[in-house]
Design a protein around this ligand. Structure first.
Ligand code: OXT
Ligand code: ADP
Ligand code: MG
Length: 570
């Protein structure tokens, strides 16, 4: 029931803050809201649904926030999360900060206490200076004080979240504003849609010429695709650049599948070789942060030059000098490069050497995947999952954990863009269930979430959310009984700080909330259970029993782990 009205006073039709906020969001193409309701925002959910929109109600705001951020990443529209004041806001803030760090567009809308009470610290119900607390954790933090400003505030939030480097925005709405009335006619006039909220940013011709010359002069060029490239949704242009130039590419985690992992130019299976031996590296929407060893050190081997495509100018030279910065949006930059590189000689010898290395690695990995063990390990279990998903290429794979993350990234191929959502730039545990809900909702396609048992625990209660909305989500818990490993001995009179109760029954947990819950001990059982769940489309949890001794500390980033050597026996 859209445009439902609203009281009248002395013949003047009235609207209020609730209605204006909803109309502003609807007008801007928002249909889904993720959140958790209570004082003072409860009415938002009810009214949003009554107007024919969708509200996805979570068990913890952090998970709702992760869902909103992933919705933003997948759709290129800001994902919306609504929370109550102080504690709800703070739960949501973690996700807002994570969205900003990952360059995902998201708007966190929280109800708050009135200024006069907060500013005098008079102890209101859930009192907190949310506006200022949010500010360092997102691109912008805005408060709406007058109903007539709701339209402009929503547009400002949308433009800020989407333009340039995407990220999070906080919108603070003091409770009283929701029920404050104004003339419906004036209110309607105050709402609008921004023109071109994420404008193309065209790279300068000199910058393009510099990059083209560098790439043409390279003997061993490499394209490195990041999640900024996946976000840009110019998949065909990126594929064309790769195929027209013959340059090998390797994807960062969430860029897997942007160009298929089984494309002949994919160098993922020769990753360390290409990072070390390449002479010119073209970064497309990928930062030289910790995930790329800051562009230096032994990961990168000998001298090399970087071309970097990024919409954020000050990303250039953040860690090492960038020889050819291309500041602009991915689509414009990629197409400018394509034009300049037309007819370029393909680096076939380099590509052949990479293909040889990759096929050797794949063969070695294949043997590991096919090796049976008394209790499943990460290889044979994930190998089984890989083989099933080969026949379901439109599934979104959500992935979190340490060994469960790193091995799945290596083993499970992705075939389509934006079909892998994981722990991202911060390597954060707990994104799993929120991401799974958003991916199912926004794509309308099945989701498989492969989670470590620790990782799952951060957002596990959301399996109730998944069953409540009857989403086609299969959660696979790689249960090795702990963080990294499940075999750490208990110290005297204490419980190990790295292991969990070995009798935990995740399968029964799922059954208790009305989903399918299955426990599997072999790759064959896992294959059968996953095939059945994808066929049924029903919310399912598969608990895969993994050898507690199979994992390694910190997965593949053990080099970042800090240990004390003092007082330890050799
Ligand atoms: O070339 P080389 O030889 O190097 O080989 C590479 C590829 O060429 C090859 N490869 C292939 N071979 C054959 N065939 C194919 N197709 C193929 N494809 C690739 O494989 C290797 C590896 O390739 P990859 O992965 O591309 O390369 P590499 O070198 O690994 O890449 C480097 C990185 C840095 C880019 C990559 O490793 C990466 O993306 N890493 C991300 C790591 C990450 O973010 N980890 C999560 C954080 S760990 C830790 O912090 C955890 N916590 C603490 C905590 C967190 N995080 N958050 C919060 C809120 N609180 C606390 C916790 C609690 S993890 C964790 C829980 C862990 O326990 P769980 O139970 O959940 O999980 P389990 O460990 O399973 O028990
Ligand atoms: P990854 O973790 O996959 O390496 P990052 O999150 O580190 O990727 O980097 C993504 C980069 O992409 C950010 O620096 C961001 O500014 C950039 N980016 C995001 N969207 C666009 C776009 N449309 N055009 C250009 N750059 C973009
Ligand atoms: Mg584990």
């Amino acid at each position: 029931m859209k445009n439902d009205i609203q009281a009248t006073t002395e013949g003047v039709e009235l609207t209020d803050g609730f209605h204006l906020l909803m109309e502003a969001l609807e007008m801007n193409g928002i249909t889904n809201i993720y959140g958790l309701l209570g004082i003072p925002v409860t009415e938002i959910g009810r009214m949003w649904q009554a107007r024919g929109n969708k509200f996805f109600s979570f068990r913890n705001e952090q998970n709702a926030g992760y869902a909103a951020s992933v919705a933003g990443y997948l759709t290129k529209k800001p994902g919306i999360c609504v929370t109550v004041s102080a504690p709800g806001f703070l739960n949501g803030l973690t996700a807002l900060a994570n969205a900003t760090t990952n360059c995902f567009p998201m708007i966190l809308i929280s109800g708050s206490s009135e200024r006069e009470v907060v500013d005098l610290q008079q102890g209101d119900y859930e009192e907190m200076d949310q506006l200022n607390i949010a500010r360092p954790h997102c691109k912008a933090s805005f408060r709406i004080n007058r109903t007539e400003d709701i339209g402009v505030a929503v547009v400002r939030a949308i433009r800020t979240a989407l333009s340039g480097r995407p990220g999070g925005v906080y919108l603070d709405i003091p409770a009283r504003l929701f029920s404050t009335t104004m003339s419906a006619e004036e209110g309607k006039k105050s709402l609008f849609v921004p023109v071109d909220p994420a404008p193309a940013q065209i790279p300068g011709p000199d910058a393009v010429a510099r990059a083209v010359a560098l790439i043409k002069g390279a003997k061993k060029p490499l394209i490195l695709l990041g999640k900024g490239a996946a976000y840009a949704q110019c998949d065909a242009d990126i594929k064309a650049l790769i195929e027209e130039t013959g340059i090998p590419f390797t994807p960062m985690s969430m860029a897997k599948g942007l160009v298929s992992d089984i494309h002949p130019q994919c160098a993922a299976a020769a990753r360390s070789m290409v990072l070390q031996e390449s002479d010119v590296v073209v970064l497309i929407g990928a930062r030289l942060n910790w995930l790329l060893a800051h562009g230096k050190g032994k990961t990168w081997g000998g001298a090399k030059k970087f071309v970097q495509i990024d919409i954020q100018a000050n990303e250039m030279d953040s860690n090492v000098p960038i020889a050819a910065p291309l500041v602009g949006d991915v689509e414009s930059c990629v197409n400018a490069l394509r034009a300049g590189l037309k007819g370029m000689t393909k680096p076939t010898e380099w590509m052949d050497a990479i293909a040889e290395r990759a096929s050797g690695s794949k063969a070695k990995l294949g043997t590991k995947l096919a090796t049976a063990t008394p209790i499943m390990n990460y290889f044979n279990s994930l190998g089984a999952i890989r083989d099933v998903l080969k026949n379901h290429q439109d599934v979104t794979l959500v992935n979190e954990g340490a060994n469960a993350l790193d091995n799945a990234r290596m083993i499970i191929d992705q075939y389509q863009p934006r079909k892998r959502v994981d722990t991202g730039t911060w390597g954060v545990m707990g994104v799993g269930m929120g991401s799974a809900v958003a991916a199912a909702v926004e794509t309308g396609k099945p989701v498989v979430a492969v989670c470590g048992d620790s990782a799952f625990g951060f957002s596990g209660m959301e399996i109730e959310t998944i069953t409540r909305y009857n989403l086609p989500v299969t959660v696979i818990i790689m249960n090795n009984g702990g963080i990294y490993r499940g075999d750490e001995a208990n110290p005297a009179h204490q419980v190990s700080c790295m292991t969990f109760n070995p009798n935990t029954r995740y399968d029964l947990l799922m059954q208790s909330v009305g989903g399918e819950g299955v426990r599997v001990n072999t790759p064959e059982e896992l294959t059968k259970a996953l095939e059945a769940s994808l066929k049924s489309g029903k919310p399912t949890l598969i608990e895969a029993i993994i050898d507690p001794a199979a994992g390694v500390e910190s997965g593949r980033i053990g080099n970042l782990n800090i240990v004390s050597t003092i007082g330890k026996k050799k």
